[in-house]
Design a protein around this ligand. Structure first.
Ligand SMILES: Cc1cc2nc3c(=O)[nH]c(=O)nc-3n(C[C@H](O)[C@H](O)[C@H](O)COP(=O)(O)OP(=O)(O)OC[C@H]3O[C@@H](n4cnc5c(N)ncnc54)[C@H](O)[C@@H]3O)c2cc1C
Length: 404
């Protein structure tokens, strides 16, 4: 086991510092905490963040939640969405894809759907033995053969056996151990908003393609509000670095002529909790450097378009945690982690050709062709239980490890 040594009969407890308290971070803390490691999570924000929208946990990700013992808690937070409906500028349905029937337990294609913030809260609550440090971040990492010394923005320095970076796609700490730019941009921005629910909002996910490579969506949640999303394609870099008022200005100008519910979404921009990101994938030739390792989106974000990032994060945390706890040393553990997970990640990161342009048409001709294709697929799928997963979440068998 990594870092444990017998000293005069006592076993030293191995320790890990995990940076990022969203999904991958707390999940990794769970697996190592369960095996007796001292786990510390540092989060840049002053709390567990609750922004974001409905995320899917598919296939093997569900199995990880089951093995963690939180599947029921996650199921209780289900957003109860009925399915996906594409609509035109007047709100008329173009095509409809109902969600899988049943409770999802027995169906390979069924999805467990939860708000990202609620999943994060469930995982946080499930790691009571973990030390959480909010409102701080790593500023330096010095590693040697025996451990890693982390420096913090708050001024302190602490020593750990291993440091895991779970900071998401645009991780800053990643640069300390993996210099260079590892984000493959998809030339797309996404704004996720929480807006007041109106009497007309129901339990469907609505997607309106606005033309000029823009989309708007409305989705139900289980908290009495509505989740709105604005997507637009742009090759301009750095819009995600703008301050909130400049960002709001860009969104208002970009969607000024869009119809359907877009004016309502734009009206809410000043007061709605919003998460804004440039959409991309993390592509790195390796996920560890000696005792520093990447996990979740920081290692292998597949983008929201894939619908797989959360499943990959949960699966990666399971494999990494159990390898670190059971392999003879950290080098073997980190090599196994990468060897086991890499083929699954490679498959999940392969997006359908033409993504994301095809789903966000430019002009009327493209829009008409897309709507025709959607109607056709919906017609065929009326006889099938659900829209199939875009990526093969069931094509990974979780390794089994000796009981803790
Ligand atoms: C606020 C938010 C909203 C999201 N909304 C959606 C959504 O609506 N749809 C979707 O498909 N995906 C969304 N995602 C991404 C989704 O959560 C991930 O793709 C997936 O769940 C894998 O999670 P992760 O834990 O690896 O990374 P992330 O979920 O990206 O979490 C990274 C965490 O690290 C923290 N962090 C970042 N930098 C530092 C630092 N320097 N020091 C310490 N902590 C740091 C962040 O605050 C965050 O808590 C969202 C992510 C976040 C953070």
């Amino acid at each position: 086991m990594v870092g444990s040594r017998r000293l005069e009969g006592a076993v030293r407890v191995p320790s890990i510092l995990i940076s990022g308290a969203s999904i991958a971070g707390p999940a990794l803390a769970h697996w190592l905490g369960a095996r007796g490691w001292a786990t510390t999570v540092v989060e840049r924000f002053d709390r567990v963040r609750d922004e974001g929208q409905n995320i899917d946990v598919r296939g093997v990700g569900r199995e990880v939640l089951r093995r963690m013992g939180v599947e029921e808690a996650v199921r209780a937070e289900h957003t109860t969405e009925l399915g996906l409906r594409f609509v035109d500028e007047r709100g008329a349905a173009v095509a409809e894809f109902p969600a899988a029937q049943g409770d999802g337990r027995d169906s390979a294609t069924a999805e467990l759907e939860i708000l990202r913030g609620r999943l994060s809260a469930v995982l946080h609550a499930h790691t009571p033995g973990t030390e959480y440090v909010f409102g701080d971040q790593i500023t330096s990492l010095d590693q040697d053969e025996d451990g890693v010394t982390a420096g913090f923005a708050s001024g302190g320095r602490r020593r750990f056996d291993v440091v895991a970076i779970a900071e998401g796609l645009h991780s800053r700490t990643r640069r300390l151990a993996f210099p260079g730019d590892h984000v493959r941009e998809l030339d797309m921005y996404a704004a996720y908003l929480t807006i007041p629910r109106t009497a007309d909002d129901d339990r469907w996910w609505y997607w309106h393609q606005c033309g000029r490579r823009r989309s708007a969506m409305l989705r139900p949640d289980n908290l009495g509000t509505t989740r709105a999303m604005l997507f637009f394609l742009s090759e301009t870099r750095g819009l995600d670095d703008l301050d909130p008022s400049a960002r709001t200005h860009v969104l208002r100008r970009t969607f000024a002529d869009a119809r359907w519910e877009v004016p309502r979404i734009l009206d809410a921009l000043d007061s709605a909790p919003t998460y804004f990101e440039s959409v991309g994938q993390a592509r790195l030739p390796r996920w560890s450097d000696n005792r520093v390792v990447l996990v979740g989106d920081a290692a292998h974000c597949a983008s929201p378009i894939s619908g797989m990032s959360t499943t990959l994060a949960l699966t990666g945390a399971y494999v990494l945690g159990n390898e670190l706890a059971t392999a003879p040393d950290h080098r073997t553990a980190l090599a196994n982690y990468e060897r086991l997970l890499r083929p699954f990640v490679d498959r999940a990161q392969k997006l359908p050709p033409g993504t994301p342009r095809l789903a966000n048409p430019q002009g009327r001709r493209e829009l008409t062709a897309l709507r025709g294709a959607l109607r056709l697929v919906a017609g065929v799928q009326r006889f099938a239980p659900s829209l199939p997963a875009a990526t093969p979440a069931d094509k990974f068998t979780l390794p089994d490890y000796p009981a803790a």
